[in-house]
Write a protein that binds this ligand. Sequence first.
Ligand code: HEM
Length: 217
Amino acid sequence: MAVTGLIMIGFLLIHMYGNLKIFSGAEAFNSYSAWLREAFYPILPHKGLLWILRVVLVVSVLLHMWSAFTLWSRDNKATGGGRRYASSRASKGLQRSFASRTLRWGGVIIALFVIFHILHFTAYIIRPGGMPTDTPYDRVMIGYSPENWWITLIYVVALIMLLFHLRHGIWSALTTLGANTSVKARKTMDVIAWVVSIVIIGGFLLTPIAVLTGIVS
Ligand code: HEM
């Protein structure tokens, strides 16, 4: 769960950084998208890098989901379906944050969002406003234009879910990998989890908001 989660976080950081090219103009954004398809040619075939990334991502998503179901059933067997993390310090005797409570359903919502997102920007099956299929920059401009405000709303809601999922996921991954050794370590883990999640989600939010508000036009 931890390793596949970290692989996907790596993808999100790169994807978010790539999206910021929208602020450098159409040429920069379109040539970044073209580079993804031509990278390392002729060592790799056309779209070779893109397909390697797609396979790594799909395998990571499947293993992440399989781990989630395995942990879910192990957890149910261990507690008899009862409460977890009993603690005298937390209110109601539980040490569970909003992020940890929403981790499972948040994961399901994010999976649905990724399907929506691929139908929107990769397969062009969802294309409000008759999205053109010629250049990626135009697709993003039309995708988040004020007439299609509901698309931006779906992205914002999904990204907020992703923020909580990442915050608790990063914390849990660091625990699994052995970092949770003291109170001081937990404080550092909390800072890392919040900073990485806010940088990723904040960076992603910039594109739809900038297009919707006309900062990028
Ligand atoms: C507002 C934020 C986002 C924007 C503006 C955005 C934009 C895009 C665009 C334009 C593409 C097509 C790229 C191309 O064909 O050259 C794409 C593909 C993709 N995005 Fe996003 N994205 C965002 C957030 C996300 C998030 C949060 C995830 C994952 C949780 C994600 C996962 C993907 C995936 C898996 C692909 C398909 C790559 C492929 O197989 O071609 N994106 N995105």
